[in-house]
Design a protein. Structure first.
Length: 716
C-alpha cells in the first residue's frame, strides 16, 4: 500500500525566482537576497521566467510588472493557466506608483502581494520567508492528498476485485458495506445488500434468536473472531451457497465487524465426492467394506435405542473362483455386477447392501420382527443368485451361501456381528452350499420349521383346507342346548387334523388370520343359519376372535356384512375375546366393544381367570358372558384354590348379571360340582367335542343327563 510521506519536502531548499528586465535591478536583488536559506534564480524576461518555472520547482516568484515583450501580468496569467504553476505565489514588484486599477488587476491575475520600489529589504525578506513557508505547506498538503487518493483507490480496487465476499456489518446487525463478489454470490446487487440484516441471508446455522443473542454479536462484544466453517447463505432466488464465514471485529471506534464469506461450493462437492468414493465399491456401486462398517455402526445405534432387532447377512458366492479363473476377470467382474443388482432388487430399498470382498456381500436387515424373516430373505437371495447366467455367450450357474447373525443375540458390535455372520456362512458352506445358517444353531431349527409351517399355511388357505367344528354349550340345570362354539380345524393332507393352538399364533404373527378370519365368519354364519333352522331362534353361535382380529378397525363392519348376507339376527351371535385382546389398547377396545354392542352381538370373555382378571374392566366394559378357563375346571375337584376361583367367578357373573360358561367339563363329577355351585352353562368333552356341521345338526335340543355318554363321534 502507498505510504504517505508527510514531511517529504522539508529537506529541499526552495527556489526563489526573481524576474526583472533591468540588470541593475537584478544585481540589487542578488545583493539583497543572495544569502537567504533559499536558492536564488534571476532571469531578465517573462519568457525566461516561464522557461525556468517549467524546468524547476519554484517556491515563489518576484515579478517585475513593467517588462518589454511580456509584462508581469501576462506572465502571471500564463502561470495561472498551467496546473503545474497555478498555485505558486507571486509578489509583483513595481517602480512606479500603481493606480488602484493596476493593483486590482495584479491581484486578479493571482498576485499575493505588491511591493513598490523602493521597498524595505527587511519587509521583503520577511514576506519571502512566510510565503515560501506557506508554499511549502501547500505543496506538502497536495502531495499528501494525492497519496491519500491513490491509497483509497487502491483499497477500493482490492475490495472490488477480491474473489471472496466481504461485508462490514454494524453492531446493529445490518450490512453497511458489501463488495461486488458478495453481491454476486447472493445473486443481488450491492445496493440491495446494504442496509439489510446479515441474519436474513443466513440459512445455516439456523439462528432462531434476535441479533443481540446471536453468536455473531456475542463474539463481537467480546472482541473475538467468530468462524463458521459449515455455513450456507440464502441466495435471492431461494437457492443456497455453502460458505465458510469469518467475522472479525473492526477497531472499537467503528462499532462494526468485517465478515468474510468464502464460497465453498466446489470444495464441498469435491469433499462429498471423495467421501462417497471412499465408501463405495467402484465395480458394483454398492457400499464397500468401510462404508458397510459405517452403515452397520449407525444401524446398531439406531436399533439399540429403539429396542428392535436387526440381522446381518453374509453372502458368499459358490463357484465364483472357478468362473473367474476359467472365463477371465472381465466376465468375473460382469458377474459380480449382475449379482449386486440381483441382490439389491431382492432387498427393501432401505436395507443396506455392500460388497465387502471379492465375491462376498453383506446386507443389514433393519427393524426385523423375527429371526425367521432373516431366513426368508436369505432364501430369496440364494434363489435370486442361483439362476442360469449367460455372459459372453457362455451359460453357467453359480450359487450362494449365507450366514446370518442377529442383533442382539449373536453380538452387540460391528465386529462381533461380522465375525458371527462370517462363521455362520462357513457353516452353511460346510453343510453343502446353497444354504443359509444362523450363527446360533437353535435358530436354524426354529426358523426352518416356522418357515415350513408358514408356507404350508399359505397353501392351506389357498386350497381351503380348513373346516369349522361346533362344540355344544348346555344349560346345566335343564340340559337344554344353549348354542355352539365354532372351532377351527386345519385338515392337513399328510399330518391329518391340526389343532388351532399350533397354528393360530403363527396366523396372528403373519397377519394371515385376517384372510382366514373372513372365511371363518362366512362359513360359521352360513352353517349356523342352517343349524338354527333345525333348533330354535335363540340358539347362540360363538365365534372366536383373536387379538389381531379384535384390533382391526373393520371387524364390526365385516361382521355386520356377513350377518346381513345370511339374514341372521345379531343377537344370536356371540364374539369370544380373550382378556389380553381387551387389554392391548384400551382406547381402541372401548370403541370396538361399543361398535359391537351397537351391532347387537353378544360379547364373551374367553379363558376368564387366566389373564389380568381385573374387576375394573368388568365395570367399564359392557359384557354378556364369562367363560371360565378349562384349566380351573380340570383342577377344581383336587385344588381348593381352583375351586375357589371357579365359584367366585360364578358368583361374580350372577351378581353382575352375566352368563357364565364352564369350559372343558370332562366328567360327571365336575358337572355335579358345577350344578351344586349354581354354574349356569357348560361346554366340554363330557357332552361332546367339536362336531362337524352335519353332526351338530343331529345333536339333541334337550339333553338327557342320564343318557350320557351320548353316541357322538370321537373327539376332534
Ligand atoms: P378356546 O376358545 O378356549 O377353545 C376351547 C378349546 O378347548 C378348544 O380347543 C376345544 O376343543 C377345547 N376343549 C373343549 N372341551 C374340552 C374338554 O372337555 N377337555 C379339553 N381338554 N379340551 C376341551 P381348540 O379347538 O384346540 O382351540 C384352541 C384355541 O384356539 C381356542 O381356545 C381358541 O382360542 C383358538 N381358536 C379355535 N378356533 C378358532 C377360530 O375359529 N378363530 C380364532 N381366532 N381362534 C380360534
Ligand atoms: Ca373360545
Ligand atoms: Ca376358552
Amino acid at each position: 500500500m502507498a505510504q504517505l510521506q508527510a514531511k517529504g519536502a522539508t529537506a529541499r531548499t526552495q527556489t526563489l525566482l526573481v524576474v526583472d528586465d533591468r540588470p541593475e535591478n537584478l544585481e540589487a536583488m542578488q545583493a539583497l537576497l543572495g544569502d537567504g536559506d533559499w536558492q536564488l534564480r534571476c532571469v531578465s524576461s517573462g519568457e525566461a521566467a516561464l522557461q525556468c518555472l517549467l524546468d524547476e520547482e519554484v517556491g515563489l516568484v518576484l515579478l517585475d510588472v513593467q517588462m518589454p515583450h511580456m509584462g508581469g501580468f501576462e506572465v502571471a496569467r500564463l502561470m495561472r493557466g498551467n496546473p503545474r504553476t497555478r498555485y505558486i505565489p507571486i509578489i509583483f514588484v513595481s517602480a512606479i506608483a500603481q493606480t488602484a486599477n493596476a493593483v486590482l488587476q495584479g491581484y486578479a491575475t493571482g498576485a499575493v502581494d505588491f511591493m513598490l520600489k523602493p521597498f524595505d529589504p527587511k519587509v521583503l525578506r520577511h514576506k519571502i520567508h512566510s510565503l515560501l513557508e506557506h508554499e511549502r505547506n501547500r505543496s506538502e498538503l497536495m502531495q499528501l492528498t494525492q497519496q491519500l487518493d491513490s491509497a483509497r483507490a487502491f483499497n477500493a480496487s482490492v475490495l472490488d476485485n477480491a474473489a471472496e465476499g466481504i461485508m462490514v456489518v454494524g453492531e446493529d446487525g445490518l450490512i453497511r458495506f458489501a463488495n461486488p463478489a458478495m453481491a454476486q454470490m447472493l445473486g443481488c446487487s450491492v445496493n440491495e445488500l446494504q442496509g439489510s440484516a446479515l441474519l436474513s441471508h443466513l440459512r445455516t446455522p439456523a439462528v432462531d434468536c434476535e441479533w443481540p443473542q446471536s453468536a455473531f454479536y456475542q463474539h463481537w462484544r467480546q472482541n473475538k473472531t467468530y468462524r463458521v466453517h459449515e455455513a450456507s447463505l440464502r441466495t435471492r432466488d431461494g437457492g443456497s451457497v455453502p460458505v465458510a464465514l469469518s467475522c472479525s471485529p473492526l477497531p472499537k471506534l467503528q462499532r462494526a465487524m468485517v465478515v468474510l464469506a468464502l464460497d465453498m461450493s466446489v470444495v464441498r462437492s469435491l469433499h462429498s465426492q471423495l467421501e462417497s468414493q471412499a465408501v463405495t465399491d467402484p465395480l458394483t456401486g454398492l457400499l464397500n467394506r468401510r462404508g458397510f462398517h459405517q452403515a452397520l455402526e449407525s444401524a446398531l445405534s439406531r436399533t439399540g435405542r429403539s429396542g428392535q432387532r436387526l440381522a446381518l447377512l453374509y453372502l458368499d458366492l459358490d463357484g465364483f473362483k472357478r468362473i473367474n479363473d476359467s472365463l477371465g476377470h472381465g466376465v468375473g467382474d460382469q458377474l459380480l455386477k449382475r449379482v449386486g443388482e440381483q441382490l439389491k432388487a431382492s432387498l427393501r430399498p432401505y436395507d443396506t447392501l455392500a460388497r465387502v470382498g471379492g465375491d462376498e456381500f453383506t446386507a443389514v436387515l433393519d427393524s426385523l420382527g423375527h429371526s425367521e424373516d432373516a431366513a426368508r430373505v436369505a432364501e430369496k437371495l440364494i434363489e435370486q443368485v442361483s439362476v442360469r447366467h449367460s455372459l459372453n455367450g457362455v451359460d453357467f450357474t453359480i450359487g450362494a451361501s449365507v450366514g446370518i447373525a442377529c442383533f442382539p443375540e449373536c453380538g452387540q458390535t460391528v465386529d462381533s456381528l461380522l465375525r458371527a455372520a462370517d462363521m455362520a456362512m462357513y457353516e452353511a458352506k460346510r453343510a453343502g452350499r446353497q444354504q443359509y445358517r444362523f450363527f446360533l444353531p437353535e435358530m436354524n431349527g426354529r426358523a426352518r420349521s416356522r418357515l415350513m409351517l408358514e408356507e404350508s399355511l399359505r397353501t392351506a388357505i389357498e386350497h381351503n383346507d380348513f373346516i369349522l367344528v361346533y362344540q355344544p354349550q348346555i344349560h346345566l340345570e335343564s340340559g337344554k342346548l344353549r348354542g355352539f362354539e365354532a372351532l377351527l380345524r386345519w385338515q392337513h393332507r399328510v399330518a391329518g387334523t391340526v389343532a388351532p393352538s399350533v397354528f393360530i399364533p403363527l396366523l396372528e404373527e403373519t397377519r394371515l388370520i385376517n384372510r382366514l378370519g373372513d372365511w371363518i365368519f362366512h362359513q360359521g354364519v352360513r352353517q349356523y343359519g342352517e343349524l338354527s333352522r333345525r333348533f330354535s331362534d335363540d340358539l347362540v353361535l360363538s365365534l372366536n376372535v383373536s387379538p389381531v382380529q379384535f384390533g382391526m378397525p373393520q371387524l364390526v363392519e365385516d361382521l355386520g356384512r356377513v350377518l346381513d348376507e345370511y339374514q341372521l339376527d345379531p343377537a344370536q351371535l356371540e364374539v369370544e375375546v380373550t382378556e389380553s385382546a381387551l387389554m392391548q389398547n384400551l382406547g381402541n377396545t372401548q370403541e370396538q366393544l361399543r361398535q359391537l354392542r351397537l351391532l347387537g352381538v353378544k360379547i364373551a370373555i374367553d379363558d376368564f381367570g387366566t389373564g389380568y382378571s381385573s374387576l375394573a374392566y368388568l365395570r367399564h366394559f359392557e359384557l354378556d358372558t364369562l367363560k371360565i378357563d378349562r384349566l380351573f375346571i380340570a383342577n377344581m375337584l383336587d385344588s381348593p384354590r381352583d375351586a375357589a376361583v371357579v365359584s367366585t367367578i360364578i358368583d361374580l357373573g350372577r351378581n353382575l348379571g352375566l352368563e357364565v360358561i364352564a369350559e372343558g367339563v370332562e366328567t360327571q363329577a365336575q358337572r355335579d360340582w358345577l350344578i351344586e355351585h349354581r354354574c349356569p352353562i357348560m361346554q366340554g368333552f363330557l357332552v361332546a367335542p367339536g362336531l362337524s356341521a352335519a353332526d351338530a345338526g343331529l345333536f339333541p335340543a334337550q339333553l338327557d343327563w342320564e343318557a350320557l355318554p351320548l353316541h357322538v363321534p370321537p373327539k376332534a
